[in-house]
Design a protein. Structure first.
Length: 94
């Protein structure tokens, strides 16, 4: 069963959020090659959500080292981080 990791990051500044959005857009596909789908949502000037879908928990866990590296390199810019993991019950697109 597919799993999803949803991470919401509140940044200290708009500029920090801008930098991460650009970096994630450019690099995430190669950093997380097992992800079946990557979404990045700009909620407001300082809040960004990332949604990553994986085939299973094992695939998601294999991505953990790359995720930790990315998150640790930017952690001084974060006001808060909230991460949830769950099963994908619907994945519809037109």
């Amino acid at each position: 069963m597919s799993v999803a990791r949803v991470t919401t990051i509140n940044f200290k500044t708009k500029e920090s959020a801008d930098e991460l959005v650009q970096s994630y857009t450019e690099n995430a596909p190669s950093e997380f090659p097992e992800a079946k789908q990557l979404l990045q949502i700009r909620v407001d000037d300082t809040t960004v959500m990332a949604v990553s879908l994986y085939e299973n928990n094992e695939a998601m866990e294999r991505a953990s080292a790359a995720r930790t590296k990315r998150m640790d390199s930017k952690k001084d810019n974060f006001a808060s981080v909230d991460t949830k993991v769950g099963t994908v019950e619907l994945n519809h697109s037109n």
